[in-house]
Design a protein around this ligand. Structure first.
Ligand SMILES: O=C(O)CCC(=O)C(=O)O
Length: 294
């Protein structure tokens, strides 16, 4: 099956047009209601040196918070464009906190069916969700990475669900993938809470010992609104800067396996709270799981 071979799979027209419209409308409402005045002007990138490990980010797992495009904030901390065009992403508790996002994530029979059919997790939980805005002209590139670096379990079990809310093209920063890299590229580092505060990367394999990236060619996945792209936690993927005059809004959330099948790591930047444990996706655990590569 393509997902097992390539490490990702696009399911065209997974959401109905009215479901996509509801998510897009809600995203625009959230942006309209976002209060810039109360915002700590936290910037977010996935570059190695630029994670802003402040409280606003670290405590966003069960909230709806706004992270700004780097190029939307002047040196004096003022936005240089309307707030609706300055937000890089909204996260990380949309799937729990917002009923429109909850409906497609946790209360969606079609989603549960896909999860069962994949036979990837026994008893998956959703741990984070985001709308990635990729704003016109300034929407930052997302460098090559795999998601298990950021969402670590033992054994690794992250799985991404990525749903474009708008057409994704080479010009507005569509995703691209290195097919098969989930089978050969090890997780070499982890994004963790640092003991002194903030976040950083912890090396799992010394850089000089890490194998080179697998050979191969990145494949760009142009997508239509409502497609679902399933992303294995170890597959290398990236997206380029949005150089077009159009937004590229996408909704994404991640699942991991739950105990006793996998252990969530206390060093991960995102930690559940007693009030908001990670919600289970399936009503009853999947009886059959087929390991990737088997
Ligand atoms: O939406 C994007 O451009 C990047 C998304 C991504 O890499 C991810 O969700 O892991």
């Amino acid at each position: 099956m393509k997902f097992r071979r390539d490490g990702y799979l696009r399911l065209p027209s997974f959401l109905e047009p009215d479901e996509v419209e509801a998510l897009l409308t809600r995203t625009k409402q959230l942006l309209d209601n976002f209060s810039v005045e109360d915002h700590p002007l936290t910037k977010f990138t996935t570059g190695d040196d630029n994670h802003v490990g402040d409280e606003y980010f670290l405590t966003s797992g069960d909230k709806i918070r706004f992270f700004l495009e780097e190029d939307a904030v002047d040196k004096d901390g003022k936005l240089n464009r309307p707030k609706q065009r300055a937000v890089n992403k909204i996260g990380h508790g949309l799937h729990e906190q917002d009923e429109v996002f909850r409906k497609v994530t946790l209360e969606n029979e079609k989603m549960k069916s896909v999860v069962r059919d994949l036979q990837f997790h026994h008893d998956p939980v959703a741990l984070q969700s985001m709308v990635i805005c990729k704003q016109p002209h300034i929407g930052g590139k997302v460098p090559e990475h795999n998601d298990s670096t950021f969402l670590y379990t033992n054994p690794p079990s992250a799985l991404g669900f990525w749903i474009p809310l708008e057409k994704c093209t080479p010009e507005n920063g569509a995703l691209s993938f290195l097919p098969g890299s989930h089978l050969t590229a090890p997780i070499t580092k982890r994004f963790v809470r640092m003991s002194g505060g903030g976040t950083g990367f912890e090396q799992l394999i010394p850089p000089e010992e890490a194998p080179k990236n697998p050979e191969g060619k990145y494949i760009l996945e142009a997508c239509m609104p409502g497609d679902l792209v399933i992303i294995h936690g170890s597959v290398l993927h990236k997206s380029e800067r949005n150089t077009s005059p159009h937004t590229r809004f996408a909704y994404t959330f991640h699942m991991i396996e739950s105990p006793p099948y996998a252990e969530y790591d206390a060093k991960n930047w995102l930690q559940p709270t007693p009030e908001t444990p990670f919600p289970h996706i399936l009503d009853t655990p999947n009886p059959t799981v087929v390991p990737i590569g088997a």
